[in-house]
Write a protein that binds this ligand. Structure first.
Ligand code: SAM
Length: 165
């Protein structure tokens, strides 16, 4: 109950609710990243870390770093990481303050209002060619190199946008 209330309060404060990406969509995002197995990947707004943990399980040689701003949600990730014995790096903090200049791939599931700010950060920090893979939300001033549709729960469709920065 405490965790639930704290998560709700935290996500109101963070302005983005903690809604985990479903597994099938997660796996499609990892697939779309075209990883070879030695990359540095980030999940900005990493929630409970499940995306990174799944990527690391599939590609043990990658470095997987997440930033999560809501303490309880971040803590859930620490428990998940411990329980699943994953050595992903889940950091508590603001994704906008993260140094992501070494990223080969960035995963996102944010909201429209943050995409513009994220785009500006990427313009400044990302190496040319870095892949940015966004669940549901797109950058209006950029054309994705690929869009993927994944059947979602309850008959809907999840959409993934793949960018090369
Ligand atoms: C929709 S959830 C996605 C979680 C995870 N990436 C996934 O796909 O399962 C978005 C997460 O971003 C976090 N968040 C929002 N703003 C943030 C910020 N500035 N820095 C770090 N995390 C943030 C929220 O607390 C929330 O847990």
């Amino acid at each position: 109950m405490f965790a639930f209330v704290s998560t709700v309060i935290g996500t109101i404060w963070a302005k983005v609710p903690f809604v985990p990406t479903p597994k099938r969509t997660n796996m499609a995002m990892i697939e779309a990243a075209g990883l070879k197995g030695n990359e540095v990947i980030y999940d900005l707004g990493s929630g409970d870390g499940r995306m990174l943990i799944r990527a690391k399980k599939k590609y043990p040689g990658i470095r997987a770093v997440g930033y999560e701003i809501v303490p309880v949600v971040w803590f859930l990730g620490r428990i998940r990481k411990l329980f699943l014995r994953s050595d992903v790096d889940l950091r508590f903090g603001d994704a906008f303050k993260a140094d992501i200049s070494d990223a080969d791939c960035v995963f996102l599931y944010m909201i429209t209002s943050l995409m513009v700010k994220l785009g500006k950060k990427f313009d400044k920090e990302l190496k040319p060619g870095t892949k940015v893979i966004s669940h549901a939300f797109q950058f209006w001033d950029k054309t994705p190199v690929k869009e993927v549709e994944v059947p979602a729960h309850f008959g809907g469709t999840d959409r993934i946008y793949v960018y090369e920065w």
